[in-house]
Design a protein around this ligand. Structure first.
Ligand code: UD1
Ligand code: UDP
Length: 367
């Protein structure tokens, strides 16, 4: 029997998207080690997701804490290497494009441990984004690349990555399908916030290249102030910090058209997505979730580029840039033309991505 593989987690979306794989491995009695770097550490960015998604107890928490990107990377690599040297896993599974993912890929390859990249092959071709560096390097260091779509697989082939490429779908669709029924039962968020269905727009903003720029953050506030429906804004800690630093907090928190709340758990967020009129976001995962058959919401992407072109092509997402006039024009245009919900299938799979991924892990003899 090989040593079990190690699943690496660091941030909120990594927990959400790795949970279906961990569950699938659990269902097949396949052991694995669970390591959290501590990149996200607040209860509402980490612990709540581990609990709601029924993740087993962590085998290691590296507690890397706050820091510059290089400090974060260095602490992750140091902690992961120490862990892997003591107990080498059969493979290292990383998901997405965070600093934790790059650190996992680097520390694995330096020790000749195979790296499996879940959600491989996404490209925004926007080098302002730290995520673009992380995902590119990780793809080129990986032995097994699990691409959500055929388009992602084509990108990987065009770049001549050395690992094996398979199309699996995105595990976030598995997460939406599995968790919505329990979310609808357990979440009290609609009552707690006194919200009616289709009475609000749901917004999230946190991308570094957006919210670290005072002009762009101010543009977003202008959009939220003038949105055709009041905006519910569960605010990422990075954005809270920047809004305070740039003197924008009062404007954000006292507007009649904006309700700022703390980030919410997955059950609450699923229910908020399902019941909103539309979504305004710069998130990656939300561009995928809006296409889930049990959510199906129009999503305005507040960015200059996207690595989820499939969501745009399927008419769920619309890339509207970061200038207030352009964003508001697109939103009002859609709103005034009847606010239609897209009809097509999700381009990110059928909810079986985790099953396909685990079968591939077994075939590669990583578990
Ligand atoms: C990171 C990822 C990003 C992902 C996002 C998910 C990188 C380069 N970025 O961005 O790709 O979309 O996570 O949400 O890896 N903070 C807290 N509590 C926390 C976490 C963060 O207060 O639990 C604050 C800290 O001040 C921290 C700042 O947010 O310095 C930024 O956190 P960090 O993990 O560096 O980047 P994110 O913006 O969260
Ligand atoms: N999410 C959540 N609570 C929130 C905001 C987002 O549970 O308050 C979930 C959302 O459903 C999605 C994931 O967090 O699955 C996206 O995380 P984020 O936008 O932070 O990161 P990205 O996907 O951009 O890397």
């Amino acid at each position: 029997m090989p040593n079990p593989p190690a699943i690496i987690l660091g941030t909120r979306p990594e927990i959400i998207k790795m949970a279906p794989i961990a569950t699938e491995m659990g269902n097949r009695n396949l052991p694995f080690h669970l390591i959290h770097t501590g990149q996200h550490y607040s209860r509402n960015m980490s612990e709540i997701f581990l609990r709601e998604l029924a993740m087993p107890p962590l085998d290691r928490f590296l507690d890397i804490g706050k820091g510059t990107p290089s400090q974060q990377l260095a602490r992750c690599i140091f902690g992961l290497e120490k862990t892997f040297l003591k107990d080498p896993p059969s493979a290292i599974l990383v998901e997405g494009d965070t600093n934790t993912v790059l650190a996992g890929a680097l520390s694995g390859s330096k020790l000749n441990i195979p790296v499996v990249h879940v959600e491989a092959g996404l490209r925004s071709y926007d080098l302002r984004m730290p995520e673009e560096h992380n995902r590119k390097v990780t793809d080129h260091l990986s032995s097994l690349l699990l691409a959500p779509t055929k388009n992602n697989a084509r990108t990987l082939r065009d770049e001549h990555v050395h690992g094996k490429i398979h199309v699996t779908g995105n595990t976030v669709i598995d997460a939406c399908l599995r968790n919505m029924p329990v979310a609808l039962k357990k979440s009290r968020i609609m009552d707690d916030l006194d919200l009616a269905q289709d009475s609000y727009a749901l917004a999230t903003v946190h991308r570094a290249e957006n919210v670290d720029d005072p002009k762009v953050l101010s543009n977003f506030i202008e959009v939220f102030e003038h949105s055709p429906q009041p905006v519910l804004l569960p605010l990422h800690p990075r954005t809270v910090k920047n809004a305070r630093r740039f003197g924008l907090w009062k404007r954000l928190s006292t507007s009649n058209n904006i309700k700022v709340i703390d980030p919410v758990g997955y059950w609450d967020f699923l229910v908020l997505m399902k019941n909103c009129s539309f979504i305004l976001t710069d998130s990656g995962g939300i561009q995928e979730e809006c296409t889930s058959p049990n959510i199906r919401r129009k999503c305005f992407v507040l960015r200059k580029s996207t690595e989820r072109q499939e969501a745009v092509e399927a008419n769920f997402a619309e890339l509207v840039g970061v200038r207030p006039d352009g964003i508001l024009k697109a939103v009002r245009n859609w709103w005034e033309k009847g606010a239609r919900v897209p009809k097509g299938k999700s381009p990110f799979g059928d909810g079986k991505a985790a099953e396909k991924s685990v079968k591939l892990l077994q075939k590669a003899r990583y578990c």
